[in-house]
Ligand binder design. Sequence first.
Ligand code: PAF
Length: 285
Amino acid sequence: MEVINRIPRMMSVARDMRAEGSRVGLVPTMGALHEGHLSLVTRAREMCDIVVASVFVNPAQFGPSEDFERYPRDLARDAELAFAKGVDFIFAPSREDMYSKDFVTYVTVEGLSEKLEGASRPGHFRGVTTVVNKLFNIVQPNFAFFGRKDAQQVIIIKRMVRDLAMDVEIVVGPVVREEDGLALSSRNVYLSTDERRAATVLRRALEKARILYNGGESDAGRLLSSIRATVEAEPLARLDYAAITDTKQLEPVATISSDGPTLISMAVFFGKTRLIDNIVLNGEL
Ligand code: PAF
């Protein structure tokens, strides 16, 4: 068990692991670990010989008015949780090491990165794909583990891996939820007691849509109206967007087909806190 802060040290450990023929799993995180992250570690532990978790609050994926400064950071706690779950190495580089002053190279998955989350958070996915690419280069994992809560992130990273022929398999873990259905997120700590109560509206709206769909309603417009109405009935919630799309191009669908997966995704503000959630009908990402 080791916390590695420097890129050259991580690269040298990665070279040795590869040379030994170990199967290496990477769980990329921004820290503030919760059961969602830890379930990915458990999956990685089952599939790999060596598990690396990265902890890096990536400035490139935050907009100027977003929560980069106040994003929760506690490396000692993260390390304790991660090592207890069987992580072998934590890679926690500094901002300066990851982004030198004259850093100018970015990776963009065009089109997909501008939709849904990308429309509300311009530049966000460019930051994600750039840092994930760099983490892959440094750690050289055979497998990388991402949670389905960030469904668009998963779709974009899979596309990057395919388009750039990256030698890594993306493994997608389920959404892990609190007992009342709220999806675990490092941002849940920002919620006041009342906002926390209200935040179950995401899950409630999605589950209502699922029930309507299972009852025979496949018209996307009517399902979206139901989601909007559920959110509007919650005074502390403000809907940013809700969308029903395919899972390849993230294009809106008019009717949900039973043939392949359909993504229903949404983002809701509670005060300044913005939370996302989704369900996938008829398949997986
Ligand atoms: O999902 C996250 O926590 C981040 O977007 C990731 C993948 C660690 C990149 O910074």
